[in-house]
Ligand binder design. Structure first.
Ligand code: CLF
Ligand code: SF4
Length: 302
């Protein structure tokens, strides 16, 4: 995080994903309130959590916004290092705008010192940047796997936009345009933006350096290149076609290559569940299943 101005440093100081140093001391939690999705990624099986932000093959318990707010208050009272609440699935948060924004509203009202974070595939982002700003969401992640729709067509078989389904390159072009517009709009609104990319050998591995350059030029603040996790039993398209993920060495080589041109490369991502709780790398989600947290009284101090 060298080379950042003081104002930005202060904004990321307690965010475990945005600041490498913070992840040892500060915790995040996710609430799984957003089941629907508006695109298909070949590395995703919709029975599980959104693989844009999480390790595939994990199923999170779906909550209503009210249940989610209760959970946040319970956990904020029990884990003092809890600084960030993220919505990252199990589908795309912005394909479920009412549930996502209602949850943010409830939390902003009852726990105003918790920072709000959102992760999205970007398709609906331009529509909602104003609302995101209004709700004081300070951190947004967009998953961007390509800036070339021909490459994107190997990753996304279809995109559903404004009541219509677009297949192949036609759909990917819409997704690409919206992702670029979304980046621009976040920059104009002064919302910190991180980009996640899934590294898929033979498909976008050689292309991600170009993605890195484009997103940085458009104001993304941090780039997180994650490995494709592709096991046949997860039932994803890539899993079934035998697409392999990168080796740790290949991943590191690409991260190093992109870090050369700029310092801000995330390397401590743990590919969290959509209901993750605790420090990164420490999974306390099973202490706070719905059955358990609904029985607990929030001790959070207003
Ligand atoms: Fe969650 Fe994502 Fe916000 Fe972090 S996770 S919505 S930015 S609060 Fe973090 Fe987890 Fe990696 Fe995500 S380690 S999967 S980058
Ligand atoms: Fe799956 Fe997330 Fe892609 Fe939607 S955006 S298909 S939930 S990985």
């Amino acid at each position: 995080t060298s080379g950042l101005d003081e104002k930005t440093k202060a904004r990321i100081e307690k965010h475990p994903c945005y600041s490498e140093e913070a992840h040892h001391h500060y915790a995040r939690m996710h609430v799984a309130v957003a089941p629907a999705c508006n695109i298909q990624c070949n590395y995703c099986n919709r029975k599980y959590d959104c693989a844009n932000e999480s390790r595939p093959g994990v199923v999170s318990e779906l909550l209503t916004p009210e249940e989610a707010a209760h959970k946040v208050l319970v956990i904020a009272g029990k884990i003092p290092q809890m600084t960030v609440l993220g919505i990252a699935g199990p589908g795309d948060p912005l394909a479920n705008p009412e549930k996502t924004f209602r949850t943010f509203e409830l939390i902003a009202e009852k726990a105003p010192d918790i920072k709000l974070c959102l992760s999205t595939n970007g398709l609906m982002l331009p529509d909602y940047v104003d609302r995101i700003k209004q709700l004081n969401v300070d951190h947004v992640t967009i998953t961007i796997n390509m800036v070339d729709p021909e490459i994107g067509a190997k990753i996304y078989p279809w995109v559903h936009h404004r009541r219509k389904r677009y297949r192949g390159v036609e759909g990917v072009k819409i997704l690409h345009e919206k992702q670029m517009e979304g980046l621009q709009a976040l920059k104009e609104a002064d919302i910190l933006c991180k980009v996640n990319s899934v590294m898929i050998p033979g498909i976008n591995d050689e292309h991600l350096a170009e993605v890195d350059a484009v997103i940085r030029s458009k104001g993304a603040f941090l780039h997180n290149i994650m490995p494709l996790i592709s096991a046949p039993e997860h039932g994803t398209h890539f899993g079934l076609t035998g697409q392999r993920g990168p080796t740790p060495k290949e991943l590191k080589a690409l991260q190093d290559k992109c870090a050369d041109s700029n310092m801000k490369m995330m390397r401590h991502c743990r590919q969290c569940r959509a209901d993750a709780v605790g420090l990164l790398g420490e999974d306390r989600s099973q202490e706070f299943t719905k059955e358990k947290f609904m029985e607990m009284t929030p001790e959070y101090n207003l």
